[in-house]
Design a binder for this molecule. Structure first.
Ligand code: HEM
Length: 400
């Protein structure tokens, strides 16, 4: 289930990466180099264009052509020096290493530069656009719609909305997420923005502290995620009221409020985004926390291939023979991409929980909300609460 979920989530972000595996239309003429790579191959790679590496990865020596042991080339088992280096580079060399560990036999891994370029380029650029764009949209929304006020007359009567344990779970999740977001951004934006501004010395202290906080606070986030899931999943299962709520756009721009239970459809979307994206961030984070121990991408790509999802999305056959370092590179990118998406969603959530809606914050602050607020935003839930209160009042023995 977990893996299928990750498989589905993965399909969202590897569209561009998958295209890199398409075969080029024409095979370049390499006769001048005797089949070895040409200057044009090297330049094309440097321009970031796709280069079919088959002519190198398949040319790693043929044992059947091995020279006899008596011959000088016999020690290489039929492979020349360049062929051996290619075999090392493309992961097909038969290696015995004296050191231990899951990645010990990967002596050359050629995805590092691709990963670094993506991390320093599109990831930073589009990540910033997403967060900045979300803040701009929220500012615009505030200017157009203003604060969502309590329409009716306040009753002065409060209803308990969240128990202390629920608020604890929420603030553990919120506090840890904010710390993780800040320290994650520090390590992502450090090299490009913070080092030029503060210098290496200051940044190194900040980076070490950030990494420590990020690695350790992650446990609080995971625990809180489980708490929130267990406590609130029952209230977040989709039902018919959600369709009506969504069709009316939550009543945000119209008069009147569509009926809702404890959580309306908008909140259910937030809940499931937090749970699913939070789980995906946690799994990829664990993979990074225990390098080379938890490899999730080759298995996910294999599932995407097997279910035909990669084909359906035009990604072709995804590679499943990933080097341990490639697993880490994908985990880092995925971790950051999904975190950016969840941060943008949480910006909107924080806005509506504070500035955007009168009376909302009390639900997580004191745990009690104004009854009129509750009637306007969660009318069916108020009915449920009142119905539960009623039998108690009816059963109560009147004082003589
Ligand atoms: C300063 C930051 C935050 C504030 C002020 C805030 C405020 C609130 C409030 C007032 C509610 C209750 C809404 C209601 O009564 O209907 C709520 C619910 C919730 N919060 Fe937060 N929150 C914050 C950060 C976060 C973060 C970082 C996460 C997750 C990573 C999160 C996840 C949730 C979830 C899943 C719910 C239930 C669904 C919903 O009401 O949208 N919150 N929050």
């Amino acid at each position: 289930m977990f893996r299928t979920l990750i498989a589905l989530l993965l399909t969202m972000s590897f569209v561009t990466m998958g295209h890199a595996q398409d075969a080029p239309a024409t095979v370049p003429d390499r006769s001048a180099t005797g089949g070895a790579q040409t200057l044009e191959d090297i330049l094309a790679r440097q321009r970031g264009e796709k280069v079919d590496n088959g002519f190198r990865s398949d040319a790693t020596g043929d044992p059947n052509n091995a020279a006899a042991p008596s011959n000088q080339l016999g020690t290489l088992g039929g492979a020349s020096d360049p062929e051996l280096w290619r075999a090392l580079r493309f992961g097909s060399a038969d290696i015995t290493a004296s050191n231990n560990g899951p990645a010990a036999t990967t002596l050359v891994q050629d995805g590092g530069m691709r990963w670094l370029r993506f991390r320093q380029g599109p990831l930073l650029t589009y990540g910033s656009y997403l967060l900045g764009g979300t803040l701009l949209l929220l500012a615009l929304f505030y200017l157009v719609r203003g604060r969502i006020r309590i329409d009716g007359v306040k009753t002065g009567h409060k209803i308990e909305r969240f128990k202390a344990i629920e608020r604890f779970g929420h603030w553990l999740l919120a506090g840890s997420f904010i710390l993780l977001g800040l320290t994650g951004l520090i390590s992502l934006f450090g090299r490009k923005f913070l080092i030029p501004t503060f210098g290496h010395e200051a940044f190194s202290t900040l980076a070490v502290a950030s990494k420590w906080v990020h690695n350790n606070v992650s446990w609080a986030f995971m625990i809180a995620l489980v708490m929130i899931f267990v406590m609130w999943v029952i209230h977040n299962l989709p039902d018919r009221t959600d369709i009506n709520w969504l069709l009316k756009g939550g009543g945000i721009f119209s008069k009147g409020h569509p009926p809702a239970k404890k959580f309306n459809a908008g909140q259910k979307l937030i809940f499931w985004s937090v749970i699913l994206l939070g789980a995906s961030i946690s799994v990829s984070g664990l993979s990074l926390l225990f390098p080379f121990e938890i490899n999730i991408f080759a298995a996910t790509f294999a599932k995407l291939n097997a279910f035909g999802i990669s084909e359906l999305l035009g990604l072709g056959e995804l590679r499943t023979d990933l080097a341990p370092h490639e697993e880490m590179q994908y985990a880092q990118l995925w971790h950051a991409i999904v975190s950016f998406v969840l941060m943008a969603i949480i910006f909107a959530h924080i806005y509506i929980g504070t500035l955007g809606m009168e009376g909302a914050y009390d639900a997580m602050g004191s745990g009690e909300v104004e009854e009129q607020w509750a009637r306007e935003h969660h009318s069916l839930w108020v009915d449920e609460v009142k119905a539960k209160e009623k039998p108690n009042t009816e059963n109560a023995t009147p004082a003589e």
